[in-house]
Design a protein around this ligand. Structure first.
Ligand SMILES: [Zn+2]
Length: 235
């Protein structure tokens, strides 16, 4: 069986989520969404009492409070890397056993995550089967696109804001209503951009160190051209 891992990274608003949707369909990849994994965990914990011990998860001797993690997430900040990484690694192993190939568009988000996840992915899938793409857009575009981003009511598809999508009122994938994301206030957008610059962008050095090529893609082109550029490199 052909094994394949695709990792997309880039600033918020680069269109990673949209490209991940398209590529997952085209190449039959499992679309790995960290936010969905976090949401599942937070929902699970919501049902528990405040004082429940299940509120805590332990990673390498350190305890993490899931409710605190949820608050960070609501504030637009990154959750604690050991907490997120634990959930992600569990899911990767499960997907591998199920025979899935994976596309990532939200992970790894920190150096810690990258250093934990990449060895696991290399071991399971083989280094030669990992393709990484950096989707580049300017800081001005990042702010513009994030301030106008919408999300669909039914599946929470994130709809990138650009010339092609600015007048859309229903989700092109499932026909449900498009809403503005509650998380997208000017403050949280600024926080997310800074988090990307300070904590996610430096991962580029981790890829270099592990001899994984980072393919640069021009993210300010149309969605279909970005898609074509990525596909051309994968094939
Ligand atoms: Zn949708």
């Amino acid at each position: 069986m052909n094994r394949q891992i695709v990792i997309l990274f880039g600033p918020p608003g680069a269109g990673k989520g949209t490209q991940a949707e398209l590529l997952s369909e085209k190449l039959n990849l499992f679309n790995f969404e960290t936010s969905k994994i976090l949401e599942e965990k937070f929902k699970e914990i919501q049902k528990l009492k405040e004082d429940s011990l299940k509120r805590f998860v332990e990673v390498a001797g350190e305890k993490f409070d899931v409710l605190k993690e949820k608050q960070l997430w609501l504030d637009g900040k990154l959750c604690s890397p050991p907490f997120v990484t634990l959930l992600i690694k569990e899911k990767i192993r499960k997907l591998y056993e199920e025979g899935e190939n994976i596309i990532f568009s939200g992970s790894p988000r920190t150096i810690y995550e990258a250093e934990e996840e990449l060895p696991l992915l290399e071991k399971l899938y083989g280094k030669e089967n990992i393709k990484v793409f950096y989707i580049e857009i300017s800081p001005e575009q990042t702010i513009y696109r994030n301030s106008n981003r919408k999300i669909c009511e039914l599946m929470r598809h994130s709809i990138l804001f650009d010339k092609e999508t600015k007048d859309l009122t229903i989700c092109p994938l499932d026909g449900s209503k498009l809403l503005k994301r509650e998380l997208d206030t000017p403050e949280t957008i600024k926080v997310r951009i800074k988090e990307f610059q300070d904590r996610t962008y430096p991962i580029i050095d981790v890829y270099k160190k592990r001899n994984i090529v980072v393919n640069k893609i021009k993210g300010e082109q149309s969605i279909s051209n970005v898609f074509k550029d990525i596909l051309a490199i994968i094939r």
